[in-house]
Design a protein around this ligand. Structure first.
Ligand code: F6P
Length: 341
């Protein structure tokens, strides 16, 4: 078989582990040819191919990012790029495509599958908001980075009697905020799932500083928003492609706390630090398992599915059923973050 492979959307640690597994399993176990595409769907549209052999995947396991490159680009019917994808699939004589991506890439993959191309997808995003899988590649590393940052911020907060606001990634879901907040002992976690009340937050901080502490850590997911009708109005700043501008909610929350409490307050925006560097063993293992499972699925003639971690097992789930449905943090986990404040 000739199998196309791409990584789309934002990069993350663990992608190279998945690429390596696809190449090793595909060429070694089945004798397939793996045709990589540079820069996600953009490379498929442009026919920018990078055939992948054993020499390309040497020493990549601990390396962050993606050796194929990636782009925030999705093929569309309206501008002819979907036709260009189909033309490349035909020109390269591909039997199937393995697409590694987050929600946008998977949504596009589902439409390419509808157009008749055999597709198997692998979920990755540090945001961990892909429906249907317990974990996406990159999330575990991001939580580790954010937790380490919170531990570090903690000691300086305490020394200076400060409120430290730490903004972490998470546009539609607060998985990184909630998990790193619990692991890093944050006093408050603001996640998109639960619009917050600034008055309550300020009341809590005042009480805490009066009663038993001289510092506080407030973790804010970049997609957090104030509750409608509360005393803080906020319009999310969006960039050219509709993406959230890093720091906008963090800056605002930090300013409101400083103004309303008079406490010395500082902001740290972790930003892309969360997406860089070495993957944790968990992400290397997850990427490897998903890569092997994707090749097995393609080889069995399966299409329109995504590899997913369900409990201890890697399973295949319907791509159409999960694409475009962000997975939110469940109430049970939000509650743990709340009660441990
Ligand atoms: O990949 C998800 C994500 O890291 C989001 O958490 C964040 O909002 C976005 O990507 C940033 O995207 P970019 O790298 O395009 O600035």
């Amino acid at each position: 078989m000739r199998i196309g492979l791409l990584t789309g959307g934002g990069d993350c640690p663990g992608l190279n582990a998945a690429i390596r597994a696809v190449v090793k399993q595909g060429t070694g176990e089945y004798g397939h040819t793996i045709i990589g595409f540079r820069n996600g769907w953009r490379g498929v549209v442009d026919g920018d191919v990078h055939p992948l052999g054993r020499q390309d995947i040497r020493n990549v396991l601990p390396v962050g990012g993606t050796l194929l490159g990636t782009a925030r680009f999705h093929p569309r019917e309206e501008d002819g790029s979907m036709d260009a994808v189909l033309a490349t699939v035909e020109a390269e004589h591909l039997d199937a495509l393995i697409c590694i991506g987050g929600d946008g890439t998977l949504h596009a993959a589902s439409r390419v599958a509808e157009a008749g191309v055999k597709i198997v997808a692998i979920p990755k995003t540090i945001d961990n908001d892909v429906e249907g899988t317990d974990l996406s590649i990159g999330f575990h590393t991001a939580v580790n980075i954010a937790t380490e940052a919170l531990d570090r911020v903690h000691t300086t907060a305490e020394s200076h009697n400060r409120v430290m606001v730490v903004e972490v990634m998470g546009r539609h879901a607060g998985w990184i905020a909630v998990n790193s907040g619990i692991a890093g002992g944050a006093e408050v976690v603001l996640a998109p799932e639960e619009p917050f009340d600034i008055d309550q937050l300020v009341k809590f901080l005042r009480h805490r500083h009066r009663a038993h502490a001289n510092f506080s850590i407030v973790v804010v997911a970049e997609g957090a928003v104030p509750r409608e009708g509360s005393s803080m109005e906020f319009t999310q700043q969006l960039g050219r492609f509709g993406e959230i501008v890093a720091g906008s909610i963090g800056e605002r929350v930090s300013a409101e706390i400083a103004e309303r409490t008079g406490f010395d307050t500082r902001l740290t925006v972790l930003g892309h630090v969360q997406r860089g560097g070495e993957p944790t063993p968990t992400d290397r293992i997850l990427g490897s398992r998903f890569g092997v499972a994707a090749v097995d699925a393609v080889s069995a003639g399966t299409s329109g599915v995504m590899t997913a971690l369900r409990g201890e097992r890697v399973k295949l789930v319907s791509l159409a059923e999960v694409a475009g449905r962000p997975k939110r943090v469940p109430e049970e986990l939000l509650r743990v973050a709340r009660v441990l404040a």
